[in-house]
Design a protein around this ligand. Structure first.
Ligand SMILES: [Zn+2]
Length: 133
C-alpha cells in the first residue's frame, strides 16, 4: 500500500553510486603501505618489518588492503536527493539514451538503403515520442 502524497511533504529518492575512492571494490591500500611504497622508491634498501615497527610505530605489519574509509567497505555511496533533482537527472539520462538509440537506428536505416525522406519520417516519429516526458 502506497502512502498518499500530501502537500508540504518532502519527498526524497535514494541514490546509490559506485564509491569513487575505491572504485566499488570496498578496499583500499593501507596508508602505511602507500608510504612504504614511496619510501622504497627513494631509498635503495628498506626493510618492511623495520619500517613499520621502528619508523611508523606499528606493533605489527598492517594488512596491505583495508576497508575503504569513504564507503566503509561497501563499495557504494548512498545518499538521499530531492525527488525533483532525481527526476531531472533521470530525464537527462533518458534523453541521452534516446539520442544514442536514434543515432543507432539512423545508421541501420542508412545501411538498409532507405531513402533520406523515409529515414527523416521515422526519426521525426521517434523524436516526437522522446519529447513526451
Ligand atoms: Zn569505497
Amino acid at each position: 500500500m502506497t502512502q498518499a502524497i500530501k502537500p508540504g511533504m518532502l519527498y526524497q529518492v535514494r541514490s546509490v553510486c559506485e564509491c569513487p575512492k575505491c572504485g566499488g571494490a570496498g578496499m583500499v591500500r593501507h596508508p602505511g603501505w602507500e608510504r612504504y611504497r614511496m619510501e622504497k622508491e627513494i631509498r635503495s634498501q628498506i626493510d618492511d618489518e623495520y619500517f613499520f615497527r621502528e619508523e611508523m610505530g606499528y606493533d605489527r605489519i598492517p594488512p596491505e588492503e583495508v576497508n575503504c574509509d569513504r564507503c566503509l567497505g561497501s563499495g557504494q555511496l548512498e545518499e538521499f536527493v530531492p525527488f525533483d533533482d532525481a527526476m531531472t537527472a533521470w530525464r537527462q539520462q533518458r534523453r541521452i539514451r534516446l539520442r544514442n538509440l536514434l543515432n543507432g537506428i539512423a545508421t541501420v536505416l542508412a545501411e538498409m538503403e532507405f531513402s533520406d525522406q523515409e529515414i527523416g519520417c521515422l526519426l521525426s516519429a521517434l523524436q516526437a515520442i522522446s519529447r513526451n516526458d
